[in-house]
Design a protein around this ligand. Sequence first.
Ligand code: DGY
Length: 329
Amino acid sequence: MVKPKVYVTRMIPQAGLDMVRTFCETDVWEEETPPPREVLLQKVQGIDGLLALLTDTIDAALMDAAGPQLRVISNYAVGYDNVDVAAATVRGILVTNTPGVLTDTTADFAFTLLMAAARRVVEGMDYIRAGKWLTWGPTLLLGQDIHHATLGIIGMGRIGSGMARRAQGFEMRVLYYDPYCRKEKGEEVGAECVDLDTLLAESDFVSVHVPLTPETYHMLGAEQFRKMKPSAILINTARGPIVDSDALYEALKNGEIAYAALDVTEPEPLPADHKLLTLPNIIICPHIASASVITRTKMATMAAENLIAGLKGEMPPYPVNPEVLLHPK
Ligand code: DGY
């Protein structure tokens, strides 16, 4: 039997790669950084399936470069803002993602960032490394309490709900804003649905959990930072461009808000000489919220299952555009 041809744009955990290799004729980009655009355009020619990462721009031009035999694009991520889903749908190409498996790991990390910022963990380490630790001090590195504080969650989906559940353990008041703001969603996790302005005005911590879409691009900018408490801490583990980086820099520099803890940035990767890195009141991590061994392995096997099912003409476990199979043209 002729195996379907697939291209995998980076080394993913072995378990997933083994599944793909068993079923497909597989070409893998083995470098640490993503394949350059011109390489990707050339590598996809004639493939039946593509296993892509959030660092790859999968647009109409790339789909056309692949050719009409391309049946499935399996994205190794829950977010799929890197894929032009509408362009895939009109071409009859299935797009899939990896929801669910990374919910708790990502919520764990969002809460880690919240705590690290509130209690100035990274500054503490820097202080010692700089040889400044001379004695115990009554006012040394004073931070903010987490327990009984108010957490505002923007986006009460799977990860936002996970964040709310974690907050319950700290007896926090939890507010949420969601475009759909379905009451029962928040009630299940002890959160109160409010409008965005109320959330910004009343929260000690604001944590972002919406997908990046044209509607959420720069959803938090200068105007929103002005509405937040000067003591507020912003956490973003969703996508960088939801927050206006320039406005965030000004807000942190001018004390409009107290601190930011980001796992995602605009741009990404963030250059080492970026102005955000000159600020003392920020923690930035290189997009690692889902990066546990177990979760990244599950994402790999899930992406492989999606890819293989799509190549077989079956409904994949996690389709983004199931209409491609349900209502074929
Ligand atoms: C995703 O899956 O969208 C995360 O950003 C990376 O795991």
